[in-house]
Design a binder for this molecule. Structure first.
Ligand code: CA2
Length: 142
């Protein structure tokens, strides 16, 4: 099973600022965690991060035929991007949304998730574990 794991804008700043919200681990730590999880589950993970909405849309489109499922943390684009929602709907692959923080307990604008409308599940507020939970769920459903 091939899982495309997409991370949106500013997640490359993990561990650099706002440790009270996002923790002290770096983006490199997150990639290592996802790769270890993939190995444990016996799947392949292609982990990517972009600060550009269009690049994320292109990667979602390219997933058609190259990936079996998508795990996505669209970061701030979660709350703004109909383009990412449309791309997820267009490829119609199993998709799960992840957020490091508990978006429901933060500013009201973070309660809206466009991408989440094309995802079967959301894991939020679990830190890195949310990615593992999402990958485990996709493997069970496969
Ligand atoms: O909790 C999450 O994973 C978010 O997707 C993170 C986004 C935020 O806009 C979403 O509402 C929730 C922000 C990612 C920025 O990450 C940073 C990490 C360290 C320092 C600064 C930003």
């Amino acid at each position: 099973m091939r899982i495309l794991v997409l991370n949106g804008p500013n997640l490359n700043m993990l561990g650099v600022r706002e440790p009270d919200i996002y923790g002290r681990h770096t983006y490199a730590d997150l990639v290592a965690f996802i790769e270890e999880t993939a190995e444990r589950l016996g799947v392949m993970a292609d982990v990517r991060q972009s600060n550009h909405e269009g690049e994320l849309v292109e990667w979602i489109q390219q997933a058609m035929g190259t990936a079996d499922a998508i795990v996505i943390n669209p970061a701030a684009y979660t709350h703004t991007s109909v383009a990412i929602l449309d791309a997820l709907k267009a490829v119609a692959l199993p998709a799960i949304e992840v957020h490091l923080s508990d978006v429901s307990a933060r500013e009201p604008f973070r309660r809206i998730s466009y991408a989440g409308m094309a995802c079967s599940e959301t894991y939020a507020g679990l830190g890195f574990d949310g990615y593992a939970r999402a990958m485990e769920s996709l493997v069970v459903k496969k």
